[in-house]
Design a protein around this ligand. Sequence first.
Ligand SMILES: Nc1nc2c(ncn2[C@@H]2O[C@H](COP(=O)(O)OP(=O)(O)OP(=O)(O)O)[C@@H](O)[C@H]2O)c(=O)[nH]1
Ligand SMILES: [Mg+2]
Length: 460
Amino acid sequence: MLNKSDTIAAISTPLGEGGIGIVRLSGKKALTIADKLFKGRNGATPSKLPSYTIHYGHIIRNKEILDEVILSIMRKPKSYTREDVVEINCHGGILPLRKTLEAVLECGARLAEPGEFTKRAFLNGRIDLTQAEAVINIVEAKTELALKSAISQLKGAFSKKVQELKDETLELLTLFEAELDFPEEDIEKTKRNKLIERIKRITSETDKLLRQSREGEILRDGLLVLLIGKANVGKSTFLNRLVGKERAIVTHIPGTTRDIIEEWINIEGIPVKIVDTAGFKKIENIIDKKAQEKVEEKLADANLVLFMVDGTKSLSSQDKEIAKIIKDKKMLCLINKVDLPEKISKNKLKSLIGNKKVLEISALKGKGINAIKKFIRDSVFAGGVSAGESTIMVNARSRESLKDAYNGLLKGFDAITEGLSEEFIAVDLKESLNSFKKILGETLEEDILDRIFQKFCIGK
Ligand SMILES: Nc1nc2c(ncn2[C@@H]2O[C@H](COP(=O)(O)OP(=O)(O)OP(=O)(O)O)[C@@H](O)[C@H]2O)c(=O)[nH]1
Ligand SMILES: [Mg+2]
């Protein structure tokens, strides 16, 4: 465990040239260190200045002026870390920032570990663990919707819900444990039914939370959408249309694309990584073979497959081959080139792909693109209304615990409906209770904590 009583410092803005850059300090000595270095215009010393004030002056070390700065003071407990925090706004070049940081370190601060400011906010009880993780999500948010969801998590929407479920589980557990004290008496039937109802409710709420968190996971990590189809059906044309630029080479020659081409786009707030691939064709050489292998490899990671067929041609053996390898994937079928006379047999297509949804599009003319976007959006947000703040962006760690909590509740539910005795049910509920506590960081091993905060950048 890092020493919590140290005063830590770091450059909190990205390295590189910018308008300003900030050196942040947090801890007991933050203000006295600032006293040693900061010369304000009217001689004021930072440790005498009130909280939430900013001051113009210079950073001076060994009589050398290092930079002209603005100093902000945030006294404990009303600061990011709940400790005394000083932020020195320097000019944005690397040199003034480095020199200021060095001076701060020479005066008694220690360089902060990645995420250590946020970790202190957690250890000092200002935020819980899900909120700390929300900070990472905010920093990394790829779209506005993702940001909105992360901010709502930082405000504590998710923790509040978990806290409620934890409290309810605890209450139930107490009830069962009370019964355990009188083993000779069976729980009477109406009472038992009431308990069953309660477990059922908590279980289904946990389930809902799990589903919402799956949406959040997609908002955070993005959706991988893979374009697949035989050569020349128009995949690259479609990619270019979606990203709005000539990203991939398009020609009339089958086999134009040989590599995997990936681009991030924003579809109604969902970060989507759209992946264009080499078209399937008769394998004639090692390039064809390698290209196809790459597509099949990539397929494993895809969240959604767009299977494109050429509306101006009959289905071919390649179409059949593709249909076979994607049959277990979530898939949308696109008949492309509908601006030209149609040749494809829709009946044959149906028998190839079953009851998967089919859309008719023209990548060249831009027809049907909105319908595809809508399909992608709806595939993430079932029902389509829950997007945004009700989406819960949790990290893999919390999701695992949430699953454990759910499984514990489910087992408890089964145990009570099967009429098992109280001690079995109590064991299951305890498991759930612990999982809820884990999410909130109430029970947590040191190394897990370190792993979480290491994902942050230095200075956060
Ligand atoms: N009429 C018409 N032509 C299209 C449409 N989409 C693509 N094309 C044409 O079809 C040809 C092949 O397009 P690409 O986008 O290169 O096809 P691809 O699937 O990427 O082909 P490979 O990379 O070889 O697998 C080009 O001549 C495009 O202009 C469409 O919707 N309508
Ligand atoms: Mg192509």
